[in-house]
Every structure is written in C-alpha cells, then in structure tokens.
Write a protein that binds this ligand. Sequence first.
Ligand SMILES: [Zn+2]
Length: 480
Amino acid sequence: MNSLLKTHTSTLLGQAGILMCFALLSSISNAAIGDAAEAAEHKAKSLEIYRTIVEIPTVAGRGNGQKIVDYLSQEFVVAGFSPDDIKTIAVDDAVGLTVRYAGKEGSNLMPILLLGHMDVVEALDSDWERSPFTLNEDESYFYGRGTIDNKYGVSMLASTFVRLKKQGFVPNRDLYIVFSGDEETTMFTTEKLAYETAYLRDAEYALNSDAGGGSLNTNHEPVGYNVQAAEKTYATFEMTIHNPGGHSSIPRPDNAIYELADALKAISQYRFPINSSSVTREYFRQNSLKVEGETGSAMASFAADPTDEQAVALLSRKAHYNGMLRTTCVATMLSGGHAENALPQSATATVNCRIFPGETIEGVKQQLVEVSGLTDKDIKLLVPYPESPTSDPRDDVMAAVRVAVDTISPELPMVPYMSPGATDGMHFRTAGIPVWGVSSGFMRAEDNFAHGLNERFPKKSFDDSLDFWTVLLKELTAPQ
Ligand SMILES: [Zn+2]
C-alpha cells in the first residue's frame, strides 16, 4: 500500500511550493480557526490539559499510566466523543490510548494517525530547582518534566480534538490519536499499537508530535522548520574474545585483551560506505544555503552528487554530519581479565551502531566481522530493534504542514531530516505506515532540556502554536 504513496521531495521546497502555500494561507479564514472567544476558550483548555498531565508523574514503574488515560478519556467524552471510540491497551503498568475522530460517513479514505507519548523520563525533586511534577512558570517559560517531551505534544493534539469536535468539524476520513505509554523505556505499548491494533494498521500515514518542529535563533526568532522523515536503526553488539589464559609471568602472543584491542582499532579506522536518501540530500541542500565556506559548498556538492569524493571527505570529518552520511559504529564499553597477575581469559567490548535506513543489522554485523577479523560467533547482537525505513515526504502532506507553519511564521525554510533515533515513529514506519515528525513547537537549541534537569518550554511558543494542529488537520481532511 505504502509504496504507492512515495513521492519525491525535489520540488517540495521550491519556489512553486512557496507560492502555492501563500495562496492556501489566504484561504484559511478566521471562521476556519474560530473567533476570539473560541480561541480564548481553546487556549484555556490547552493550558488546563497541559497543567494537569504535567502534574501526573507518568514515569515507568510509578503506576500512573491509567491515571493520565482516565483523565484524557474523560476530557474526550465531555467534548462529545463516543466512549466506544476511546480505547486503551495496557502492558504491565504502561497504558496506551487511542481516540477515533469519526470522519465523513461512507468515506473510503484511509485514516491518519496522530502520535504522541504520555510517559516521561524520571525526574527527582531533590535535583530540580523547582518541583518537576508541578507546572511552574515565570515570565518566559513553563517548567516541569514533560513540558517539551512529550506532554506539550499530547496536550496540543488532545485540545485540538476537543476544539474540532466542539466546532462540529467532520473530517473527510477517520483521524486517530495514538498515545503510547512507554516510549521512553520499553516501547511495548508502541509495539502493540503499531503491529497488533487492527484498526490502526490500514492508516495512510502518521504525524508525530514527538519529533520535528521549529527552530528559534538565540534572539527567539524563527529561522526554520524541521520535518523528521527517518530515524537511524539502533543496534548494539557485544564482542567477546576468549582465551585459555595462564600466569602473567609467562606471557604468550595470544592474548584476549590484545586481540580485542586490535579488533577495536580496526573498527575505529573503518568508514562504512556512503549512503544517502531523498531526505538526507534535501537536508544537505537546505543547509548549504545557511552554512558558509567550504562546508556549505561541500553540502551543496553532496546534495547534487552523493558520489562527490571531495565533498564526502570534508563532511565526514565533521562528527555531526558524518552520521548523516553513513552507518556509524563506535565502542562504548569495555571489560576484560579477572586478576592483575593472570592472562585474561576473556575481554569484551560493547559497540553501538546507528544504521542508515535501508541497511540491515545483519549486513552491518557482517562488515564488523570482516573488518575486525573476529568470527560471527564472537559478535553478538544485544536487543533486536526494528529496521525502520525512510518516509519520503509527500508533497500534499508537506503543503498542508507549510500552511500550518505559516500561521506561526511565514516563509520559513522547511528542512527534512533523519534523526539518530528513536521515537514511536520507528515502529510505525517498520509496520509500513509512513511517519513525519511535525511538532508544533518552536524552540531555541539552548532551551532544550528534554530528558535533563529543569526541562522547560517557552510560553510564547505555546501561545503561537495553538492553531497549528487545527489548521493542519483541516488542510489535510477538509480540502477547500
Ligand atoms: Zn519523546
């Protein structure tokens, strides 16, 4: 089904696209969004949901998965959703939630999924300046665990469903909110939702509130909008060398630590083959317009011709861009030996790989075997994560995103990107459903404390993005 949906990005961001989007922008009337009173009501509801869910500590193991689901379900029912359209799936203490927004009766268009996750990374009161599970605020920021990741996205999607329902809006197909309950840990609820939930399987595509979004510069001005279209596959290998060992007073040439060191040295010098996709080429093309000097021209050359050796050599030397050019593997942990006066009986290294979409975990393992001189048996894959493909951006979906972005700041460059992973999107892509990360939030790089201490979200971005999902969903499901 999905192979039919793939299109090229080459024309996506061109002049014609920008002109078309202006025409669409002017077609969004105030009535489509709502009048001042309706907008104020939507703002208050969004904030109320945000505050309530930030204050529920949905950390793995704390048993609050059902609490947030009960609260959100209640909001949907009050707004007019049928309880039959609200479903939960539980795995241990993690609970996932789906909400169907019924589309036009008799529509044979495939549903659109809207992704978010309700769980958050642990945060300890004693470490934070303010209590992490109270929505604190000052003039400029909201503070609290999840204020970015991903309770901002969850509240925006939830309040948009509430708003559209109150407006009496009927989309031309079913929309589904799909909130997972353990994205930050095991992703078991995500797996159930992506692979085992029949009514989600024939979705046309999914939009993820947990990736992508706008960039602000240091002066809080919007400078670009990023669409996450791929995630690298995650694979960790353990390499172990065994040896009979012996007394350290009688060293022999065969030595587990030396052999492992040689293997690691070889891996450190190995460069995986260059790879590219429509997404990474467009990423480099767009960045070449912003980055000056030889790096900028290397980006332009690579975007035009990914076999350009000079461009590849230059970009490979920059750690950040090297990961966009190829699979990477790096040693991250090391152990070996059992006594200071004994020849080591074993030595083990952990090697973490980020695999370019389309390449296989097994293929990467075979390259490691070849390069390191170890055998297939010496190298063990730890957890088998899925190999998720790239979702080539679709012109019609990106045109709708453009209209929504324009409500915040018009004429921004829209840049697709591949992230080192991983979000819920990975599983849905693997399940054959294209996913684009299109958060409504605009952030400065220096404000991003997701997963860290004192997570915060700019209040202005919250206010500016209140219409984003309303406009986007209307563009996608109620074409003018
Ligand atoms: Zn997240």
